[in-house]
Ligand binder design. Structure first.
Ligand code: PLP
Length: 287
C-alpha cells in the first residue's frame, strides 16, 4: 500500500471541499493537530462503494468537537467530502475514509480539515480465526468522564499516542490487541474498538458513560443481534465478566467484528457461526 492516500479533499469554510494532490504538502508544521494532537477524527468504512454508518460517524465527529471546544464542523461539507472521496477512489471492495479536523495553525483560530480515502487492508484472518487480546489497565477510574471531563475520555481525538503504545505493549506480550480496564476493575474498550461479550443469549457491551467511545460498529452489531432475537444490554461490567463470557469480540470500523481467540494467554472459544453472520450484516450495511 502507498504511504499516501489515494484520494484527498481539503475541507474549509472558505473554499468548501476541494480535491487536491495527496502527494503535495498541505498541513503547516505549526498546525495544532501536528504540534499538540489537538483535533478530532473519524474513520468510516466503505463497502462496495457504500459508506457505513455515515450519519452516526458525522454525529460523533460533531460531539467530539463539542467536547474539545472546537468550532462546530460543517457536517454538510464533511459529508460531501466523504462521498466525493468515495466517488473519486478506484472501485475496490473495501476502503475507508478518514475525516480530520484540527484546531488549525497556531494563533489563527481557523480549523484545518480534510478527508481522505484509502484502500482497506485484508482483515479476513482477524474476522474468522480471530485475535489474541490482553487486558491492560488504563489507569483511570470508570467514572472519569464525569469526574475529569478535561481528560476527554470518550472523544475521538487525534491524541492516540497512548492507544498506539498500548498496541505495542500487546505485541510485546505476543498479542494482537488490547482490552483496557479501569483502575477500579471494570471493562472499558480497546484502543480502537469496542468490546462485546456474549452471555448466553445476550450481547453485552460496557456502558458508554465510562469514558469510552460510543461505537458505530457496536451499535450495528446490536441492531443485528436484535434482528435475530438476541437480547442486548449496556452494562457496567467487572473484569471477571470477560472470563465468564461465552464469546468475546472487538468491533470497529474497517476491521469490523474480530472474535477474541485468546485472552491474557488463555485460549477462548470463537463463536464462528455468529461471527460469520455478524460480519455479513456489517459488510452489507447500506447506511
Ligand atoms: N473505541 C475507540 C477508542 C476507537 O478509537 C474506536 C474506533 O476507532 C472505537 C471504539 C470503535 O468505534 P467505531 O465502531 O465507530 O469505529
Amino acid at each position: 500500500m502507498s504511504s499516501h492516500p489515494a484520494v484527498l479533499f481539503l475541507v474549509s469554510a472558505d473554499t468548501g471541499c476541494v480535491q487536491v494532490d495527496p502527494e503535495d504538502p498541505h498541513v503547516f508544521v505549526t498546525d495544532l493537530g501536528v504540534t499538540r494532537g489537538d483535533g478530532i477524527f473519524e474513520t468510516i468504512s466503505v463497502c462496495n462503494g457504500r459508506p457505513q454508518a455515515l450519519e452516526p460517524h458525522l454525529a460523533r465527529f460533531a460531539r467530539s468537537a463539542r467536547l474539545l471546544d472546537l468550532p462546530e464542523p460543517d457536517l454538510a461539507l464533511y459529508r460531501r467530502a466523504v462521498l466525493a472521496a468515495i466517488e473519486a477512489h478506484d472501485d475496490v471492495p473495501e476502503l475507508f475514509v478518514k475525516t480530520v479536523m484540527t484546531r488549525g495553525i497556531e494563533g489563527t483560530g481557523v480549523a484545518t480539515g480534510w478527508a481522505y480515502a484509502t484502500e482497506a487492508g485484508d482483515f479476513a484472518a482477524a474476522r474468522t480465526a480471530g485475535i489474541r487480546v490482553v487486558t491492560l489497565d488504563r489507569g483511570l477510574r470508570h467514572d472519569v468522564a464525569q469526574t475529569s471531563p478535561w481528560l476527554l475520555q470518550g472523544a475521538k481525538t487525534l491524541s492516540y499516542a497512548v492507544n498506539r503504545a498500548a498496541l505495542r505493549e500487546a505485541s510485546r506480550r505476543d498479542a494482537d490487541d488490547v482490552i483496557f480496564t479501569s483502575s477500579d476493575g471494570f471493562v472499558l474498550e480497546g484502543p480502537t474498538a469496542n468490546v462485546i461479550l456474549r452471555l448466553g443469549d445476550r450481547l453485552v457491551t460496557p456502558r458508554t458513560d465510562q469514558g469510552i467511545l460510543a461505537g458505530t460498529t457496536q451499535a450495528s452489531v446490536f441492531e443485528f443481534a436484535e434482528s435475530i432475537g438476541l437480547q442486548t444490554e449496556y452494562a457496567v461490567l467487572p473484569v471477571a465478566a470477560l472470563a465468564e463470557a461465552d464469546a468475546l469480540w472487538l468491533v470497529s470500523s474497517v476491521r469490523q467484528a474480530a472474535p477474541v481467540n485468546s485472552l491474557d494467554g488463555i485460549s477462548r472459544q470463537v463463536d464462528g457461526e455468529l461471527t460469520r453472520r455478524m460480519t455479513e450484516f456489517l459488510l452489507g450495511r447500506t447506511e
